[in-house]
Design a protein around this ligand. Structure first.
Ligand code: NAP
Length: 466
């Protein structure tokens, strides 16, 4: 039997599905290979976007963490939290300690709009807002005060749906979720009464998935408004693209049914309103000291299907703007990166060097490999694809004896200790979970409540010795 030690960088869905695929596929080889996987994460907490991206009011998606937990608890897997590739370890350290390295760090940077006023106070990336309400350790719980009455969310994908829903949902409905107490307090005190979700193309071109979209129209105490002309497929589309998309794509048909239903609704006079707009592109975020409005230009598709501005401008009065126009991966120190696609160049998960040839023993999976698309489950097949390449390349050799493997495996922990880095173990993380459950009980709120800061997480990981 061949033995293989692999480092996976990133403990989100992509990293943990990679660990799972490694164990399963290696065991199914003839002869089987025995794999040990170290999963590193720069954060002290595992699960990546499942913990810090999925909205607190989507418990069924969050329950994926239970599946991922079983992977982390596999005896062939070890969690090394709080270890940052770049600051704490180098790519060379990893290649010296393991037979192979898989990069699975996802996409954590926001994309920018490139319009005037984007950096005004009150203009934020939706990714920051998501991190805030998910209690990301990098985020100060006081970052958002929600004193705006009217908010624009730019972009018509599922992240835009998430942030719009969190902004207009009755905060009392979030009390039983894991949202941290300072975030819940801010949402409870929120002055937001109107949210405008703005798409630069039409309803047929919107990226929403229908289930997520439909949920917006079912929120208690919220009026949903869509201008009838903007819901009309033909009004701004001289190329007939929307009609063709509707014919060929079931998701588009589902979205259109939801949107036209909303366009036909009359507002019931609820306290909060969600307006969904189409064929408007942002041209300027207005304001002197802080955001006071958003100027948009009416767009249309010309006969050739090109998106063009019509010159017709509209300024929407808002005091906060959230750009929700997609995530981007960030380069990892020493690892090839394509600045155009913001991914690691690869072929079936094999990292490609500057000459286009695969770099030995280096692999990539998840959003870092293919860009920020698909649902969480998409990462499972993606990881399986990368692992097939890895095992085809790395198995079948002579292999090292157990002593050599153990020495190489401990090389990394030795290096880390020499640098004063003490990785967060799975047992340490379980103490954080325990603290979150105790906090929920103390507050009389649901099954768990997230600790509100990095300091609180660090203290729970390693309680002071009495
Ligand atoms: P997305 O689906 O790619 O949507 C990005 C939106 O931003 C699109 O509407 C895009 O319009 C728009 N946009 C891009 N550049 C723009 C610009 N300069 N001006 C105006 N609009 C611009 O990205 P996302 O919403 O961040 O979601 C990322 C991934 O996570 C997706 O696969 C999504 O399904 C997934 N996700 C899933 C869930 C869930 O299942 N519940 C929740 C959250 C996220 P164009 O199409 O015109 O470019």
């Amino acid at each position: 039997m061949t033995g293989l030690d692999v480092a996976v960088v990133g403990s989100g869905p992509a990293g943990l599905y990679t660990a799972e695929a490694l164990i399963k596929q290696a065991a199914a080889l003839d002869p089987p290979a025995e794999v040990r996987v170290d999963v590193l994460d720069r954060l002290p907490t595992p699960y990546g976007l499942v913990r810090y991206g999925v909205a607190p009011d989507h418990p069924s998606i969050k329950s994926i963490a239970e599946y991922l937990r079983k992977i982390l608890e596999n005896p062939q897997v070890r969690f090394l939290g709080g270890v940052h590739l770049g600051d704490d370890v180098t790519r060379a350290d990893l290649l010296a300690s393991y037979d192979a390295v898989v990069y699975a760090t996802g996409a954590m940077r926001d994309r920018r709009l490139g319009v005037e006023g984007e950096d005004l106070p009150g203009s934020y990336a939706a990714t920051g807002f998501v991190n805030w309400y998910c209690g990301h350790p990098d985020m100060d719980p006081g970052t958002f005060s929600l004193d705006a009455e009217s908010v624009a969310v730019i972009g018509v994908g599922n992240v835009a749906v998430d942030v719009a829903r969190i902004l207009v949902r009755d905060p009392a409905e979030l009390a039983s979720t894991d949202v941290s107490q300072p975030v819940l307090d801010t949402l409870t005190a929120s002055k937001v009464r109107e949210v405008h979700v703005i798409g630069r193309r039409g309803p047929a071109q919107a990226k929403f998935t229908t289930k997520e979209l439909r949920e917006l129209g079912e929120l208690a105490g919220v009026d949903i408004v869509v201008p009838a002309q903007e819901a009309d497929l033909a009004a701004f589309d001289a190329a007939g693209e929307g009609e063709r998309l509707a014919e060929s794509d079931r998701r588009v048909r589902g979205n259109l049914a939801v949107i036209s239903g909303w366009a036909a609704r009359s507002p019931a006079g609820h306290a909060r309103r969600l307006t969904v707009r189409f064929w408007l592109r942002p041209v300027k975020i207005e304001g002197a000291e802080r955001v006071s409005g958003l100027t948009v230009e009416r767009t249309r598709l010309d006969e050739q299907g090109r998106l063009t501005g019509t010159g017709e401008l509209e300024t929407i009065s808002v005091q906060m703007v959230l750009r929700s126009v997609g995530y981007q991966s960030v380069p990892l120190a020493g690892v090839p990166f394509d600045e155009r696609s913001c991914t690691v160049p690869n072929e079936a998960g094999r990292v490609l060097g500057p000459d286009g040839a695969p770099l030995p023993r280096e692999y990539v999976s998840g959003w870092l490999k293919r860009g920020p698309t698909g649902v969480i489950g998409t990462n499972k097949s993606d990881a399986a694809d990368t692992v097939r390449s890895l095992l085809a390349d790395c198995c079948g050799g002579e292999g090292r004896d157990e002593a050599a493997r153990a020495a190489a495996r401990e090389h990394l922990t030795g290096e880390l200790a020499a640098r004063g880095v003490l990785p967060v173990s799975y047992a340490d993380w379980l103490r954080v979970e325990q603290a979150e459950m105790s906090l929920a009980a103390a507050l009389g709120r649901g099954a768990r409540v997230k600790l509100a800061s990095r300091a609180a997480i660090d203290a729970a990981c390693r309680p002071p010795v009495a």
